[in-house]
Structures are given as C-alpha cells and as structure tokens.
Design a binder for this molecule. Sequence first.
Ligand code: NAD
Ligand code: DAU
Length: 351
Amino acid sequence: MPSKSILITGGAGFIGSHLVRLFIKSYPDYHIYNLDALTYAGNLENLRDVEKAPNYTFIKADITNQHHLEELFQKFKFENIIHLAAESHVDRSITDPLAFVKTNIVGTLNLLNSFRDLWRSDFEGHLFYHISTDEVYGSLGEEGLFTETTPYSPNSPYSASKASSDHFVRAYGETYDLPYIISNCSNNYGPFQFPEKLIPLMINNIIEEKKLPVYGDGKYTRDWLYVEDHVKAIDMIFHNAKPGETYNIGGLNEWKNLEVIRLLCQILDRKLNREAGTSEKLINFIKDRPGHDRRYAIDSAKLKLEIGWSPAHDFKEGLEITVQWYLDNQKWLKHIISGDYRKYYKSQYSE
Ligand code: NAD
Ligand code: DAU
C-alpha cells in the first residue's frame, strides 16, 4: 500500500511534468496519478524518462467532464490533489475567453465537488492544493511587491478565470471545511515550456533567425523563476503548510522583456558561433497585448519565513541551462511547432 496517493492534474504540461517527475523520484512510497486531457499544451514526451515508474499512473481525462471525474474519484480514491490543469496562455484567453472559463473555473469546481463528495465525512489527512498565479493581483506600478494580502484585480480573461478559481477554492474551505492551500507564483521558465510563451518563443525564433515579436515598448517587467525552484516550493508547501493558508512564490528577479530578449540573443550568438550583436537585429516591436500588465513582482517572505524555501537558481545560470536544453531537444521543439501551432502563430503574429 502506498503511504499517500496524490492526484496531480495537468501533469503533462510544463510545470506539471516537472512536479510529477520530482514526486515520482522523491517519494517512491507515494502513488502519483497524473490526470491530463492532453490539450495542445499537454505532451507525454515530457515524462518519457519516468513513465514506467511503479509508483506512477497516467489518466487521460478532461476536468470539465464532471461525470468522468466522479467515476475516477470512486475508482482511485485520490487522497490528495495538486491541481495545475489549466488553460495558461494570456494571448489565447483574449481570443477565446470561454475556453478559460470552462477549464479554469468549471474544471476547478468539478474537482472541488468530487474531492468534497469523496472525503466530506472525514477530511483529516486530505488536502486540495490549488496552483495559481501572481496575475490575479493585476499590475504593479514602478514600486512595490505583491503580498498574500494584495487585493485581487485581474486584467485578462486568463487572470480573471484563475482569480475566480482561487475564490472558489477558498469558499469551499469556508463553506464545507474542505482543507485547501493556494500558492500564487510568478513567471516560470525552463525546459519543456510550450513555445507560445516569451522565453521559448524567442529561443526558437533566434535559432531559426525569425523576427522577435516584442509587444509595445518592451519595458514590461516580469519576475522570473526557474521551474525547478517552483516545484520545490510546491513540494515544501504540500508537506509543511497548514490548510487554509496561501503563499506567494517568486525569486525577487525582475527583468524587463527587452532585457530578457537581449540576454537570449547574446547566449545564442555565443552558442551558435554567430558574430556578437547578430540576433538582436531580429528584434521587432509589434502592437501591444490588450490589457497588458506593466509589472509583476512577488514578495515571498512568508514562504521563506514559515516554510524555509528560497530559490536555488540564479537567472543567468537558469537561462543558460534552458537555452542549452532547447538546442539539445530540437526534435521535441520541432514536433510541437508543427501542425496546429503553426496556425496559432500565423493568426497571433500575422506571419
Ligand atoms: P501548461 O499550459 O504548460 O500546461 C497545462 C496542462 O493542463 C496541459 O498538460 C494540458 O493538457 C492540461 N489541461 C488543460 N486543460 C485541461 C482540461 N480541461 N482537463 C485536463 N487537463 C487539462 O501550463 P503551465 O505553464 O505548466 O501552468 C500550470 C499551472 O500553473 C496553471 O494552473 C497555471 O495557471 C499555473 N501557473 C503557471 C505559471 C507559468 O509561468 N507558466 C506561473 C504561475 C502559475
Ligand atoms: O505571472 C505568471 C504567469 O506568467 C502565468 O500565470 C501564465 O500562465 C504565464 O503564461 C505567464 O504569463 P505572461 O503573460 O507574463 O507570460 P508570457 O510568456 O505570455 O509573456 C511574458 C511577457 O512577454 C509579457 O509582458 C508579454 C511579453 N511578450 C510575450 C510574447 C509571447 C512579448 O513581448 N512578445 C511575445 O511574443
């Protein structure tokens, strides 16, 4: 008998696959169930190295299908949930907000209901851990950091759907005593990130010598965290936090988009033996993202103080590892950017 069973949703995606790998390897006595619908963003190739582990089961399912979820909860009796499955890309949420309402809000509610109905006679020893984003807090000016008490003020359909799901999780805690934790993290980067997101998109375009599409003036600021530091924080929070708590996760690592893009150009010019300055010439300013949040920055003092987490990766070192991973995994990248992604790229960037 495993000592714990954990349902990880969205485990075939970017952050989810790093989390599934960490838990399979770190906790051989747990059983890890990875439930994922394998949308355009889900890819079982992300988990090839661990898919045969004896403490792992993959389940293909859609969290918008309540009936299927109920059957699965009855069959597997998941004791704990770490919920990552979501539509995660802001630009797609601007084109198709309803898809975000369905997965991020209705899907989360379906999971909450299944979990509540299975354990409500005794929640002792069970946990619903909801993975969320700093985007729920909206945008910062030049100064200040988001804390756990910053009022929610989402500006995109994506962040509004994540904010709504956070509120439902908290409300189930208040109304049904459902034991929950929420963490809100800043921008992640690292291996296996889908190339619609800033860093892998720029890496791919630099390699292919395509234009580098910069929204607006390029001075928008993000607080970047290496994905392995995020999943380590999730591990520590899952094992040590008190139910009912929320934590912000971030590395105090703010960069303007143009600075990030220039760093990537420099790293790739060096690695590809191009003359210094070659790739920067590809920078191309384009129309801004509607509702574009100017700046995100996270205060993770609570997490550091109560749980003892701090990030292990320096940004420039993390970027080197990431760029090298994409260079070494061109097959993975080429597979992804064929097919549907081409259509998306064409309509998003008019190319
Ligand atoms: P991702 O888009 O790479 O992966 C999402 C995964 O969810 C995919 O495997 C996809 O197949 C699955 N999925 C989507 N809809 C589903 C459905 N209806 N049913 C079942 N599975 C479904 O996302 P990511 O970047 O790894 O983000 C994971 C989570 O972390 C999300 O909840 C996101 O909001 C949150 N988050 C992401 C970041 C970031 O920088 N990427 C930062 C903070 C929080
Ligand atoms: O802050 C956490 C969030 O970070 C997560 O919740 C989201 O799931 C994740 O997608 C990410 O959201 P962002 O919108 O910040 O990430 P994205 O990579 O889409 O964009 C980062 C910045 O780069 C943002 O200011 C927009 C800009 N950008 C992005 C793309 C794709 C460009 O200038 N050009 C581009 O082509």
